[in-house]
Design a protein. Structure first.
Length: 243
């Protein structure tokens, strides 16, 4: 884990990502299409196109940024994947041309930026790429410290007749970083998938947005737009430029 870099997750998981994580909620695509409002959308960490391809199928012009060649290869191999423009690089830079009606990062991807400085920089660069009235949407988990005992956690995430998945994590509460290994036992094979994230609390994300000149407009607990509460395990937050 000492050698974990921005591309590590994608390069380790690309071959199984669509099989294990490729599903999506129609309500998510409904929300993204509504926020794009006929304009261009940009996905940060587009990966294999889990969200981008169904959004493009709705008629939205979708662009992407990703740092993993393996993930991009999987995207290109999927129907419609060749048609989506993708910029390779660190999505915190938002190094793309033009303006967008919607910029979004789903499935905790924003937390792949491993320092507060990088996360703030991402907000600022996104703000510079938003059209007037454009939106920046984040889907991220709500940190739950009850999972950890003395900074460590071992949890079973999947138990079926042919597969067992464990998540082994260490927590750095000062830097707000979690280092994890997903250990999967399936059909007599053992695989490990490293993940490292820098989590942020909802209020911290709101402050990052203000620094970038954006304000929170909506916060839901799921893609069905149900109310966000203290019991919510994740949140979908929509930021727009301050009036």
């Amino acid at each position: 884990m000492d050698e974990y870099i921005a591309t590590t997750y994608g390069e380790h998981t690309a071959d199984i990502y669509d099989l294990w994580f490729g599903s999506y909620e129609e309500a998510a695509i409904d929300t993204l299409a509504e926020l794009a409002c006929g304009g261009r959308a940009l996905e940060l960490g587009i990966g294999t196109g889990r969200m981008a391809l169904p959004l493009a199928a709705r008629g939205t012009e979708v662009h992407g940024i990703d740092g993993s060649p393996a993930m991009l290869s999987r995207l290109r191999a999927r129907p419609g994947g060749e048609a989506i423009p993708v910029t390779m690089g660190n999505f915190a830079d938002v190094a793309v041309e033009g303006k967008f009606s919607l910029v979004f990062a789903a499935f905790n991807t924003f937390f792949a930026l491993l320092t507060q400085e990088e996360q703030v920089r991402c907000f600022e660069n996104v703000a510079a790429r938003l059209e007037a009235g454009g939106a920046f949407l984040l889907e991220v988990f709500v940190p739950d410290m009850t999972h950890f005992d003395q900074g460590q956690s071992v949890r079973a995430t999947t138990v079926t007749n042919d597969r067992v998945s464990l998540k082994v994590s260490q927590l750095d509460g000062v830097e707000q970083r979690m280092k994890s290994q997903h250990i999967v036992f399936v059909n007599g094979e053992v695989r490990i998938f490293p993940v490292e994230v820098r989590y942020a609390w909802p209020s911290e994300l709101d402050l990052m947005a203000r620094i970038a000149g954006l304000r929170l407009r909506h916060r839901w607990s799921n893609w069905n737009r149900e109310e966000f509460t203290s019991n919510s395990e994740k949140h979908i937050s929509v930021y727009k430029r301050s009036a």
